[in-house]
Design a protein around this ligand. Structure first.
Ligand SMILES: NC(=O)c1ccc[n+]([C@@H]2O[C@H](COP(=O)([O-])OP(=O)(O)OC[C@H]3O[C@@H](n4cnc5c(N)ncnc54)[C@H](O)[C@@H]3O)[C@@H](O)[C@H]2O)c1
Length: 458
């Protein structure tokens, strides 16, 4: 099929390249010329494992192209996915990018001889597709939805860092449409996917996306609330508590005597809070939508407020252990909101850095994929290309992102260059490191640090 994707960011580009790899003819459109040129030169404009290789293959087969030319892309397309950003506003989400994209598409639909499908892939609050999007398209095209064009919702569940695999092997495909023709064509796009395909109304599809992210946000905040409690209870350790909790067979079922470890368990562990472009934004948008519908969602509100307080709590925990932060140098390990991505949007590391800077500490950082200075917090975070320079003369290292390579760092050397070898692990990622004598290592969710036995050398 001929498919056009509007918006060539994380979702749009992954969707476009993966659908092209499945044999469709795809054009990805964007407003950013630099982005389009990069993609057409075979470069992925962000870090996403596996995407460059797939982009190369699809370009070689001539099944994928990126373009600034919306009219050409829409003219040749049977299906138009809209995957532009829907950033947070104080009261919900900003639909201006969607509105602009749909208005331009609508004008082109007005002149089209065929009946095309417009699919909303961006995350939007329930009712957006069948009211706002429909109205914008009808107004700009002069045609009626269901006759002159078809409309569907197809929310995306991919996770950055694993986006290609998530798109190719999804848990589920949700198609929101009441139109039988749209449903048939949407099913054809996904006909060789080996997962449940749920067809429902556009509003249910839109709400399913929010419900999924609201649940994940709630699990994370539940875990972090418990971590805060453990930090005050002598001898308590959240990791041990969670290990016991995970062993509930309803969470880790036993198959042929072997315990499965479903991925959902990773949301039931302590950390610096959820971040990224989806969970905080989607949880807040759902809350705003509920308020507009005169519904209180106190549980979700609490999940968000636990999350906003998390960075401050971690900084206070650090202060409790190493004393006043003013004038201290704190090194952050990890900046991206999770491993496998270079996405900094709403990253907990930035929230922690901001709280440290407010406490008049200096902040340095090392991240395996984000290289400095990157304009972070007005350049007040010194981003280093190597862990050793980030930790040089630091009073504490705080591991924020669970990059697996942090456990393999040369800790003997690193703790030696630190002014004070204190390590606060916000992810439990360093729990198996053999710490040089004299290092103070502590994880969140546990009591105060204990100095490791033996004299520190050097
Ligand atoms: N990033 C994720 O992991 C993820 C996962 C699921 C759903 N989503 C949702 O998908 C949507 C897109 O998210 P993203 O992370 O890909 O955003 P993004 O910011 O990475 O990409 C959006 C792209 O759209 C382009 N754009 C904006 N207006 C345009 C227009 N009129 N015409 C052409 N291009 C235009 C921008 O230039 C940008 O390149 C959002 O609603 C988001 O909530 C994101």
């Amino acid at each position: 099929m001929n498919i056009t994707i509007i918006g060539s960011g994380y979702v749009g580009l992954v969707t476009g390249v993966c659908l092209a790899a499945k044999g469709h003819e795809v054009a990805c459109v964007d407003l950013q010329e630099e982005r389009i040129n990069k993609i057409n030169n075979g470069e992925v404009p962000f870090f996403e494992p596996g995407l460059s290789e797939l982009l190369r293959q699809t370009r070689e087969k001539n099944t994928f192209v990126a373009t600034l030319d919306l009219s050409d892309a829409v003219r040749g397309a049977q299906i138009i996915f809209v995957a532009v950003g829907t950033p947070s506003t104080p009261r919900g989400i900003d639909l201006s990018a969607i509105e602009k994209a749909l208005a331009s598409v609508g004008e082109l639909l007005g002149a089209a001889d065929d009946v095309k499908i417009v699919v909303i892939k961006s995350t939007v609050v329930p009712g957006t597709s069948d009211t706002f999007a429909r109205q914008v398209l009808e107004r700009s095209s002069g045609k009626i939805a269901g006759k002159g064009f078809l409309l569907a919702s197809n929310p995306e569940f991919l996770r950055e860092g694993r986006a290609v695999d998530d798109f190719m092997n999804p848990d589920r495909i949700i198609i929101g449409t009441n139109d039988a023709r749209a449903a048939t064509i949407m099913r054809q796009i996904y006909n060789d996917y080996d997962c449940p395909l749920l067809q429902t109304s556009t509003r249910n599809a839109e709400l399913t996306k929010y419900a999924s992210n609201a649940l994940l946000a709630t699990l994370v905040s539940f875990s972090n609330e418990l971590a805060g409690l453990c930090e005050q209870v002598p001898g308590a350790d959240l990791e041990a508590v969670m290990e016991g909790l995970h062993l509930d067979k309803r969470l880790s079922p036993s198959i042929n005597g072997e315990r499965l470890r479903p991925e959902i368990l990773s949301y039931l562990s302590a950390g610096p809070g959820f971040g990224g472009s989806c969970l905080p934004k989607d949880a807040a948008a759902l809350l705003g939508f509920a308020e507009d519908s005169n519904v209180e969602m106190p549980l979700l509100r609490a999940a968000l407020s636990v999350n906003s307080a998390r960075a401050g709590k971690i900084v206070r925990l650090l202060e409790k252990q190493i004393g006043e932060l003013r004038g201290r140098r704190i090194a952050l390990l990890g900046l991206a909101f999770k491993p496998g991505t270079d996405d900094l949007r709403d990253s907990p590391a930035l929230r922690i850095a901001s709280a440290l800077l407010d406490a008049e500490a200096t902040v340095s950082a090392f991240d395996p994929v984000l290289k400095g200075p990157a304009g972070l917090l007005d350049l007040r975070i010194a981003v280093h290309d190597h862990a050793v320079s980030a930790l040089q003369d630091s009073d504490a290292a705080v591991l924020v992102t669970a990059w697996p390579q942090f456990a393999e760092l040369p800790w003997e050397q690193l703790t030696r260059v630190m002014r004070r070898p204190f390590v606060l692990d916000c992810r439990g990622a360093l729990r198996n490191v053999s710490w040089p004598a004299g290092t103070q290592y502590t994880r969140i969710g546990t009591g105060p640090a204990t100095e490791l036995s033996g004299e520190r050398r050097g």
